[in-house]
Structure formats: C-alpha cells, structure tokens
Ligand binder design. Structure first.
Ligand code: ZN
Length: 493
C-alpha cells in the first residue's frame, strides 16, 4: 500500500463475518433516520425527531422496553441523491477548510444542543455510518451473492430490474417503475454505469480527491447512503423490528431502497410499521431555504428573523408542534405561535392549580373518563392534538373544583395530579418554564425586605447600617435610588 493511500484510508480492520443477533430481547425496536451532519439542523428535522421522541416516551410509559436507535449519517450522503454527486460532508469540509471529521463533530454537537433545548430524550444507541463500514461491506456481499447487485468499475449498484422480477420495488411509496421512468427520463442521458435507470449505488468508487474512503473487495470507495440504515437498524434491532420512522421526504427513495436492500440481502423486509412525519409550511407555503421563508431553531427562539414578530421559547415550539398530528403539515404563523404560547401557559397554570387543590370528603366528578381519554387518543396512532384537547377538557373540571362548584376526593385528586404530571411532563415531554420567573419573584421579594430594613435603619438614624446595606449591594452591582416616598433598585449596567 502506498504511503499516500494508507494515510487516507480510514480503517482496515479485520472483518468478523458474524451475523449479529441483538442482545436481550424482548424489546420494542424503534429506528429513526438521524441527521446528515454537514449543516445546522433545521426546524423540519426538529419536528420529525420530536414526533419519534413522543413515540419513544409513550411506548416506554406503556411499560415496553424500547430500544431506540437513531443514527448519525457521517459519510455517504451524496449531494443530489443521484449517486453522482459529491459527498455533502466532504463538500462542506472543503468550504470550511477543515477535516470532514471536524465537520461531523461540529454539526453533531450542534444537533445535540438543539434537540436538548427542545427536551428530546437521547436514543438508546446513536450509531454512525463510519462506525459500520465492515457490516455495510458484508451486506453488499450478501446482496451480490443473491444476484441483486452488480459491480462496475469499482462501484456496486443495486439491480432494481432484477429485484422487481421477484419483489415489489415501490411497495412502500406506491410508486410504479414505469411512472418513475417517465419522471427520470432525463437521467438516462449521458450514459452511466447503471444497467437500469432506477438502480442505485450501494458502494461507490472513491476518487483521488475523496478524503473519507475505505478498502473493500471492489477497491477503495464509500458506502451508498441508503445502506447504512439497513445495516444499523437490523444490527441493533434484529431481522424484524417494530417501527421505522423518518421524515416524509425519506419515504422515497431512501426507505424504499432500505426495504429492497434488506430483502435482497436477507430475504425479509425487517420493518413492521413505517411512520413518516409531515412537512412544515410558513403562512401556507412550503418552508424552504430558497423561498427565504425558512428559519433555524435559534432564529425561532430569538425572534431574530424578518418573518417573526418575536421569539418563542423551545417549549412553546414543542407544544405548537404537538398540537398537530404528525401526519399533517404544520403551518407557522405568528398568530399560531402566539396561540400556542397562551395555550401552554394555560396548561401550566392549570397544573399549578391542580397541585394546590384541597381534597374534599368525596368527588362530585368522574375523573376516569378524563384519564382514559388521553390513553385512548395516544393509542390512536399517537394522536397528540386530541390528547392535548382532552387535557384542556380536564382543566375546566380542575377550575370548577377550584371555584368550589365541584369537589374531588383525596385519592381521585392524587390520580388526577399523577395523570397530568405523566402526560404533560413525561409523555408530551413539556417542561415548566416558570422556574426563571419564579427565581425573579424570590429576588424581588428579597430586595423588598432589604430595602425595608434600610428604610428602618434610616428612620432610626442608624446611618452606618444603612450605608453598609447600600455598599454591599453596590458590590453586587445593585444600585438603590431613593425618591420622596419610596426606594427602588436596579442592576447597574
Ligand atoms: Zn435512514
């Protein structure tokens, strides 16, 4: 091996040839396509990952042992998905003049920061494509062995035509090959290595300039993007697993190709249920960078964007997303966001009221319906908007108990409090944001006491104590202004 190539080949580990069997079944397997870490995560991604965060939370609440796998795509995602483009990460690395792995680290960190802000739970496993090159090569070998892939000039393509003779390529997306041919007629021109227009690369020969590349039986190259998810989902969740999720835009070709690869390699479609989250729109138009109507999560939080009247807290945004079904589009507008902001405050105030209710001898209300309705709506394909509506129905009951129009017994009250805490904080994953304002309240009350003490000292002509208080506050950059009838305080700039 030349010095040059050994420098640039990322691994040359001994391959195991072992077919992996996941440990410790039974569990509910949940696989979600994670981000390609070459740029800042956008709001559409946040919404999609939030959908599966709630799925993860609810299944866990039901008592399942959920193994949640969400990958990081750190190599192999071609720019235009046409198998001919440049790797997105490498392109970005050249632009920023840093190592591809620095790009990967930078945007992985950014992704984690963003999802933490929105209170998304971390997955059980977060595997990376570069960490599973060996398994990807092994899967390609199985596909070739079964006759569903062929090699040309150091690249390997999935043979969609051959596959379609025995299986249904398009079973997930409902697309028909002849319709696809119409749509992609242009792609046929210019002659390429593919035997058939719909074939896709599962291994791509690396060019001299490619930085991240690996040795394989077909020469030095990189895995195709669709392959990593087929490999990592089945490696950690088994040959058959429960739920595979992702954004609607991944249904075709990404997920369709995943099915074909798994069937081609191992004879089975591993996924029992597919879930696809819908898109975001802004004032009724598709959110897109090119239309100038897209904003980053930070811009939404700070309000620093021409389309936004103000900033919205991460929990307002989370609540706003959950008010829509994951299968529906969500339309951003200032009115809708402000509505969500008010709704969230109302919900949190209701929980505060609930926690302060005083129980009576017995209940005049039936709380079982209120509780079971939320379970029913979540059981109905994770219907979060309906669940929120039920929680608001319950708020009316809570308020009428608080007003003395109804009463609630001690054990019912305990059940109601547990129900609201579980659904609002554990399942919908909302966090009370009032802790900051509560801190401010305590601060205000403490300052009132200090100002009162200083006033008393002055009345008693105890000037040294009055000065001591002023000087010590000064050390904390707090200044006191005295006027005729009262003293006020403020932080100095
Ligand atoms: Zn994927």
């Amino acid at each position: 091996m030349s010095k040059e190539s050994s420098l640039h080949i990322y691994n040359s580990l001994t391959r195991t040839k072992e077919i992996f069997k996941p440990l410790n079944p039974p569990f509910v397997g949940l696989y979600v396509c994670g981000p390609t870490v070459y740029s800042d995560v956008h709001l559409g991604n946040v919404r999609s990952f939030l959908t599966f965060d709630v799925v993860y939370r609810y299944l866990t609440y039901l008592g399942h042992n959920v193994r949640y796998v969400r990958n990081i795509t750190d190599v192999g995602h071609l720019l235009d998905d046409s198998d001919t483009g440049d790797d997105k990460i490498e392109k970005r690395a050249r632009l920023e003049k840093i190592e591809p792995m620095e790009i990967v680290q930078k945007y992985t960190n950014g992704f984690h920061n963003t999802v933490n802000q929105f209170n998304l739970l971390p997955p059980s496993i977060e595997p990376t494509a570069t960490g599973h090159i060996i398994e990807q090569i092994e899967m390609i070998e199985r596909i070739i062995k079964n006759g569903f892939a062929y090699e040309v000039n150091g690249s390997v393509y999935f043979d969609v035509k051959k596959y379609s003779e025995q299986h249904n390529y398009g079973e997930l997306s409902g697309r028909k090959l002849d319709e696809l041919l119409e749509q992609t007629r242009d792609n046929l021109e210019g002659g390429n290595e593919k035997r058939f227009f719909a074939d896709f690369a599962i291994w791509k020969k690396a060019s001299q300039e490619t930085i991240m590349k690996w040795e394989s039986p077909w020469g030095i190259g990189v895995p195709g993007w669709h392959l990593e998810c087929s490999v990592m989902s089945t490696k950690y969740l088994g040959q058959e697993f429960d739920i595979h999720g992702g954004g609607m835009d991944l249904k075709f070709p990404h997920h369709e190709c995943e099915i074909a690869q798994s069937v081609g390699a191992d004879g089975t479609n591993p996924v029992k249920y597919w879930m696809h989250g819908n898109m975001l729109t802004v004032n009724g138009t598709k959110m897109s960078k090119s239309l100038g109507n897209s904003f980053l999560p930070e811009e939404l939080i700070s309000g620093d964007h021409p389309l936004l009247e103000k900033g919205y807290s991460p929990m307002t945004v989370r609540f706003f997303f959950l008010q829509a079904n994951y299968k529906s589009t969500v339309d951003f507008s200032n009115d809708a966001l402000q509505g969500a902001e008010k709704g969230l405050i109302k919900l949190m105030n209701g929980i505060e009221t609930l926690s302060n209710l005083i129980p009576s001898e017995k209940s005049t209300i039936d709380i079982n319906n209120i509780i079971s309705n939320c379970n029913k709506s979540m059981d109905d394909d994770f219907n979060t908007p309906m669940t929120i509506a039920h929680l608001f129905d319950g708020l009316k009951v809570i308020n009428s108990i608080n007003d003395g129009k109804e009463s609630i017994g001690a054990s019912d009250l305990e059940k109601m409090q547990a129900h609201y805490n579980t659904f609002v904080f554990n399942i919908l994953g909302l966090v009370s944001e009032s802790s900051e304002s509560q801190t401010n309240n305590v601060e205000n009350e403490l300052m009132d006491i200090i100002i009162e003490l200083r006033k008393k000292s002055k009345e008693n002509k105890d000037w040294s104590t009055a000065d001591l208080i002023r000087d010590e506050l000064g050390k904390l950059n707090i200044s006191i202004k005295d006027s005729k009838d009262k003293s006020t305080w403020s932080y100095e700039e």
